[in-house]
Design a protein. Structure first.
Length: 305
């Protein structure tokens, strides 16, 4: 059964601002990607008939939620189904950075492999090492399960979670940074978490520690990270997210052997992306029917006043 007419942006790259504002005019529902900034201007350009915004992502920092809520427009996201894929990738980055996988591959391709040597490309161990999770929501907890399987000790810091949460020890941020051999970021990007990872944060990490970010690029101050990596104040970093995205090719981070960068693909497994599309469509269709979204990030829009 046909539920609605659909217009799909045909470009490989996201619509520019002018196209976005023009194309949304008159739509009843909007299914957007995390590359689309949705704010008052876009919502007003759509018009008063707009019933729903459905984000094809779990993170919604590309949407100014207060602008949508003020207009009583429900915003949907895709939680849960991407937890395992994202945690798998976060753990892949932990392992790749620790064992210098991408650096080793570049070494082979550059013709530098001359012999087996006892101290060639030495990396970090996992068993007995401490993994500190900054943010202990669904994805942080899934990373913890993987780390326990590798014989690691896990600490977490999450001001939103009670200490007994998940039977793992909560730590203050300072304790976590002082004790962790690996620090993995799993917080949403909010005004409180923007540039949480700054020079002071990095200075509190062990010089042998590895930083992994699969959350959002804006949580990290990239200038501070560059300085810390160059000065060897930490051992390595692995980032799936940067600010901006894509990372400009002249970014100094791309000159560093000890900084692995992936193009925001943590949830990019075939089944996960199918499921995300399905959930995003379900949210959109529910909104168009005037029903409550299965996954709504601003449920205040449903309250009476
Ligand atoms: C991906 O980054 C997402 O938020 O779904």
């Amino acid at each position: 059964m046909q539920a609605c007419d659909v217009e799909v942006w045909p470009g490989e790259l996201p619509p520019g601002r002018i196209d976005l504002v023009q194309k949304v005019a008159g739509v009843d529902g909007l299914l957007c990607l995390l590359t689309d900034k949705i704010d008052a201007e876009v919502l007003d350009a759509a018009g008063p008939q707009l019933k729903v915004v459905s984000n094809h992502a779990v993170g919604v920092d590309n949407i100014v939620l207060s602008d949508a809520t003020e207009r009583r427009i429900p915003v949907g996201n895709t939680p849960g189904i991407l937890t395992d894929a994202t945690a798998d990738f976060a753990f892949a980055l932990v392992m790749a950075a620790a064992r210098r996988v991408t650096e080793a591959e570049r070494y082979v391709r550059a013709g530098k492999w001359q012999t087996w040597g006892p101290s060639v490309l030495l990396g970090a161990d996992f068993v007995g090492a401490t993994l500190g999770l900054v943010g202990f929501g669904r994805i942080g907890r899934a990373v913890a399960r993987r780390a326990v399987g590798f014989g690691m000790r896990v600490l977490y810091h999450d001001p939103g979670k009670t200490p007994e949460h998940g039977a793992l020890p909560a730590a203050s941020l300072d304790e976590l940074l002082a004790e962790s051999d690996f620090v993995s970021i799993h917080t949403p990007l909010t005004e409180q978490t923007r540039h949480l990872v700054d020079a002071r944060f990095l200075a509190k990490m062990k010089p042998t520690a590895i930083l992994v970010n699969t959350a959002r690029g804006g949580v990290l101050n990239q200038v501070a990270l560059y300085d810390a990596l160059v000065a060897k104040r930490i051992f390595a970093a692995a980032l799936d997210v940067t600010d901006p995205e894509p990372l400009p090719m002249d970014s100094p981070l791309l000159t560093l052997e000890n900084c692995l960068i992936a193009p925001h693909i943590a949830s990019a497994s075939a089944r996960t992306r199918d499921e995300m599309s399905r959930l995003a469509a379900e949210n959109l269709l529910a909104g168009l029917r005037g029903e409550r979204l299965p996954h709504c990030v601003n449920p205040q829009v449903y309250s009476a006043d």
